[in-house]
Design a protein around this ligand. Sequence first.
Ligand code: KG4
Ligand code: ZN
Length: 347
Amino acid sequence: MAALTFLGIESSCDDSAAAVVRADENGVAEVMASVVEGQTSLHAAFGGVVPEIAARAHAERLDYCVDRALSEAGLSLHNIDGIAVTSGPGLIGGVLSGVMLAKGLAAGAKRPLWGVNHLAGHALTPRLTDGLPFPYLMLLVSGGHCQFLIVEGVDRFRRLGGTIDDAPGEAFDKVAKLLGLAQPGGPVVEREAADGNPARFTFPRPLLDRPGCDLSFSGLKTALLRARDALVAEKCGITVQDRRDICAGFQAAVTDVLAEKTHRALAIYLEQRPLVPALAVAGGVAANKTIRARLETVCGENGVRFVAPPLRLCTDNAAMIAWAGIEQARAGMPSGIDLVARPRWPL
Ligand code: KG4
Ligand code: ZN
């Protein structure tokens, strides 16, 4: 196996990112540089990501991110063996910014170019950080995604289930908004929940009564809205402790649902008798300590290794895209400058 050094570019949502990853002859990988420029402040006033603003910011900042990543790695484009770019799924204006920049760089420096599915980037990250062998189970829990995948190969993913409405991170963000807390909601709700009583409000555990691994989070948000409005009607407002208890009740419900569905997904996965059974998590919600600890317990109960890559590689970044490009190149998947940007692209 030849050593490979790849440049990765990511711009599918609200992070402009570029990274350089090197994999040596033995397959051991090193993230030489990983630059992520978030856009939270640009979208804050709108209560969500505005696609047009995101696309413009990517167009303005991506080339700078690439320059910085190359200079932090101490390399120029001529030392790079290949370029990998997120070509979907995502907000199409942003994806196009990244794809067009990558095509320009690939053509100018005469380097091969691979298009990477953003979800595959997340799904392959445990191989970059922990060298996990196939097949492993992946739980992707972010602001935009929620799904269980058995990762069987570089381009072989078996989807066991996923959310039928909101992603859990989106639910955390909406809850924060309902309670007048800052965005992104996840870390703030987690902090509030730490001082709350999770038993005071019993929120629903959606879809637990139905078989399978699908999840739902939008009903939870509605139940929470009702609880908040009842408190407001009763006392003309909610106290700090009310808010903490609501956050704790909400987090407990999300945790219970994710834990039970993980049990079910593991049962299906373990039927494959994997040599090194493992569950890996990715996405911003995997940063939540209560959720993480519970998933770790579920893994322990099933005799399965729990793998949580460092947070900077769990949330959106370009190192995972560079790594997925290396995996695709090593698997003999074709490169080409004619790749297209795809707003929708299920695995
Ligand atoms: O993976 P990510 O950075 O971006 C994408 O959605 O692609 O995930 C961001 C999401 C946000 O919705 C944020 O509220 C949530 O992850 N999040 C958390 C925590 N930290 C971030 N949710 C729960 N607990 C946390 N500690
Ligand atoms: Zn993502």
